[in-house]
Design a protein around this ligand. Structure first.
Ligand code: 3HC
Ligand code: NAI
Length: 701
């Protein structure tokens, strides 16, 4: 007996119940407990068959990701699984909820697997920069054949109980409790009604065509899926050789930066909800209002509709109302088609969606999100009206991208109810939600906003008020450095190419075209009055806009477009750039791709550190989450501050000092970086320090 497992006996069946909340992660403690429990049941002559099952919401989430450094402590997972597999008594895994990664591998090493309805299985290790390292590539492949194993292992996707059944991963799926399902199966095994099939005894045919096709598809991608393919190929070898090959590849990936980045991203997704206001009571949010039915308002309305909220969407005139409603309906139809909404939920969402020109429709809502034009006067006027007509305690949120939320709040008599809820386009898809806390926002409004984010499946990150908040502020620095690179000699296509090679889905100039070059120009016009004279300013984007080229929507920008499809670079951009260089007497230099990426990443890190120093972000991992889940920062790089740790703080400082010889205004070493070097600290240390003390030590380091 131990705290982590419970041993039970029922007739001649021995049961081991995994009981290590919250997710039955298979760290060394649980592995040891299972091993000891198993030994006890093996040596008990009364016990003829052994069932493993899980307590709580699910069987197990697999290996303990927090404890990867201790994964080699004995009994290792492969050692434990070999013991189960070699057991002279039949071993049955009874699965419910979730069996992911090492947990599915554990089940695959048992002699039979049964499930209750609703089970999801997966080998998601590639999403953590790994491959299944405890027999998954060998045993699943033996069960399903090579093509199906490639699909499951190289994608890491979740499989439903139905699919698990059809692939032979489980033998049956039943109603009732998982414990009963295990006992029934064990009894049938003992009477011979059910056959056990140890996976190791199966053989698999080489499927060169499937492996080569997958290899071609993966050749430019991440390392983990490629190594997984090698391991799957090894499933055609005798089991011990295949397992040894798999383990060697697993250990290699464990040391890699890809694994470190993806694991950091996994924890970033979960860390951001730990905020100082978390313990506050939350307000009840039933009905939601959205003002402005343009790009963002319709996406936000759809996100709430999909989550089951009744929504009232307000526009300025009948035509805008009709358009906005049509857009939301189209998004909901898409969600229905993709299986994100059931028929019933889709019908309910439509029924509960009110579209109107009457602001008074919002009199009874519990939360209003404003998504009207990015104009302080327009927003302040609207907030004054909302203040008057909304009931007390209604949360008044703005989706502004850059504007000062304290000023918006000041237009009301209830600034404590005002908060920024900054969604990203397309709002029903993008996971990030910046929750921007103004000076007077009430803690319960913050706590409620985080609760709402959870209900609409967003990743909320707490931000303070500054121009552009966390994400757009860092984006502005990144964009500036890209423009400087072009002015100084790099080709814009090379910049885009270098950054897509680094892992961004699109380069900055292609993104600019997609978002609309006029939008970025409007923001530059807004900040022109406060732009310091020392700041370098590239006019290239303005000159492109002067031609009426706003990007894909106008058919040209940095690139040319036909039917919204990029057809090639706009040849006239080069001439604009060269004229600008000549006007500024800039002698074009060449930059290699590595230098381009180094400058862009360093600019992001520099701005991110300032954001941290100013207390705008709570901790480094929050900034990483913003960039990972809202701005397409490559997940396997872990975010700018995780990357800064990998690069080394000394090196980051040396780069900034080096670049500052060219532009000492833009490139300035933030004080926090120097303090961190003195204290021999990394951003990972700052994250840990925040967890321990609840304080952002950036400003005091
Ligand atoms: N190890 C350690 N901690 C884990 C964990 C794991 N495998 N899975 C989840 N957790 C932690 C989370 O970090 C979170 O901690 P927190 O409360 O301190 O933030 C807590 O458990 C609850 O997790 P969620 O918030 O994600 O809870 P959900 O109920 O939303 O989801 C889940 C549960 C579906 C299990 C989801 O957490 C998940 O998908 N986990 C990852 C599973 C995974 O990738 N497993 C493979 C591990 S690698 C492996 O097995 C290697 C092997 O091949 C040798
Ligand atoms: P948009 O121009 O597409 O839509 C704005 C809509 O608001 C228009 O349909 C307009 O008719 C309506 N509107 C204006 N005044 C109104 C009023 N008083 N009452 C009701 N409706 C009114 O603009 P978009 O892109 O949707 O942006 C809206 C807000 O979201 C802005 O503050 C913007 O900065 C912010 N934002 C935009 C993002 C984007 O990618 N477009 C991303 C995140 C935030």
């Amino acid at each position: 007996m131990s705290d982590n497992v419970r041993i039970e006996r029922e007739d001649n069946i021995g049961l081991i119940c995994l009981n290590k909340p919250p997710v039955n992660a298979l760290g060394v403690a649980l592995r040891t407990s299972i091993y000891n429990a198993f030994s006890e049941l093996l040596s008990d002559d009364q016990v003829k068959a052994i069932v493993l099952y899980g307590e709580g919401r699910f069987f197990s989430a697999g290996a303990d990701i927090k404890d990867f450094a201790r994964a080699a402590e004995k009994p290792t997972l492969p050692e434990l699984l070999k013991t189960l597999n070699d057991s002279p008594k039949p071993v049955i895994a009874a699965l419910h909820g979730v069996a992911f990664g090492g947990a599915l591998e554990l089940a695959l090493s048992a002699h039979l697997r049964v499930a209750t309805h609703g089970l999801k299985v997966a080998l998601p290790e590639v999403k953590l920069g790994l491959l299944p390292g405890a027999g998954g590539t060998q045993r699943l492949t033996r069960l399903t054949g090579i093509a199906a194993a490639i699909d499951v292992i190289c994608s890491g996707r979740h499989l439903s109980d139905k699919e698990a059944l059809s692939l032979g991963i489980v033998t049956r799926v039943v109603d009732g409790t998982v414990r009963d399902a295990g006992i029934t199966a064990a009894k049938e095994v003992l009477t011979g009604e059910l056959k056990t099939v140890p996976t190791d005894s199966l053989r698999v045919e080489l499927d060169d065509a499937a492996l080569s096709a997958a290899q071609d598809k993966l050749s430019k991608g991440l390392t983990a899926p490629q190594r997984a393919l090698e391991a799957i190929r090894a499933a055609t070898l005798p089991i011990d050789e295949g397992l040894a090959k798999e383990r060697a590849l697993f250990m290699e990936l464990m040391q890699g930066e890809e694994r470190a980045g993806l694991v950091h991203a996994f924890f970033a997704e979960r860390a951001t909800s730990k905020i100082p206001e978390a313990s506050n009571a939350t307000r009840t949010i039933v009905r939601v209002g959205v003002v402005g039915g343009g790009t963002m308002g319709t996406g936000i309305a759809a996100a709430f509709c999909i989550a089951g909220f009744p929504v009232s969407l307000i526009e300025t005139d009948a035509k805008c109302v009709t358009n906005a409603r049509a857009t939301v309906e189209k998004t909901l139809a898409g969600a229905l088609k993709r299986g994100k909404l059931s028929e019933q939920d889709h019908a309910d969402a439509l029924e509960q969606l009110i579209t109107s020109i009457e602001l008074r429709e919002l009199a009874s809502v519990d939360l209003v999100i404003e998504a009207v034009f990015e104009d302080m006067v327009v927003k302040q006027e609207l907030f004054q009206k909302l203040d008057t007509l909304c009931k007390p305690n209604t949360i008044l949120a703005t989706n502004t991208s850059y504007l000062d939320i304290n000023q918006i709040a000041a237009a009301t008599n209830r600034p404590d109810d005002v908060i920024g809820l900054h969604f990203f386009s397309p709002a029903h898809i993008m996971r990030l939600l910046e929750v921007v806390v103004a000076d007077k926002t009430a803690p319960e409004v913050v706590a409620t906003s985080f609760e709402i984010a959870r209900r609409i499946s967003k990743i909320p990150v707490r931000s303070g008020v500054c121009d552009g908040f966390i994400g757009n502020r860092i984006l502005t620095s990144y964009r500036k450095v890209c423009e400087y690179l072009v002015l100084d000699g790099a080709d814009f296509q090379q910049v885009d190419h270098a950054l897509t090679d680094f892992g961004f889905a699109m380069g900055p100039f292609a993104v600019g075209d997609l978002a609309g070059l006029d939008i970025a120009r409007a923001s530059r016009v807004r900040t022109a009055v406060t732009r310091p004279p020392e700041e370098r300013y590239s006019r290239v984007a303005d000159l492109i806009c002067d031609q009426g080229w706003f990007g894909s929507k106008t058919g040209s920008g940095y690139y040319l477009y036909s039917d919204d499809k990029l057809t090639g670079p706009n040849p006239q951009v080069q001439a604009i750039v060269e004229n600008e260089r000549a006007a500024l007497s800039i002698a074009a230099k060449s930059f290699d791709d590595g230098e381009i990426v180094a400058r862009c990443v360093t600019a992001m890190i520099q701005e991110a550190v300032k954001v941290l120093e100013e207390g705008i972000a709570l901790r480094p991992i929050d900034i990483d989450a913003v960039k990972l889940f809202g701005y397409g920062f490559p997940k396997h790089r872990g975010g700018p501050l995780h990357l800064a740790d990998q690069i080394g703080i000394d090196t980051v400082i040396a780069r900034i000092e080096d670049y500052s010889a060219e532009d000492s205004y833009f490139w300035q070493v933030p004080r926090l970086l120097r303090d961190m070097v003195k204290r021999k600290q990394t951003f990972s240390d700052l994250n840990a320090q925040y967890d321990a003390t609840g304080k952002n030590d950036g400003s005091k380091a």
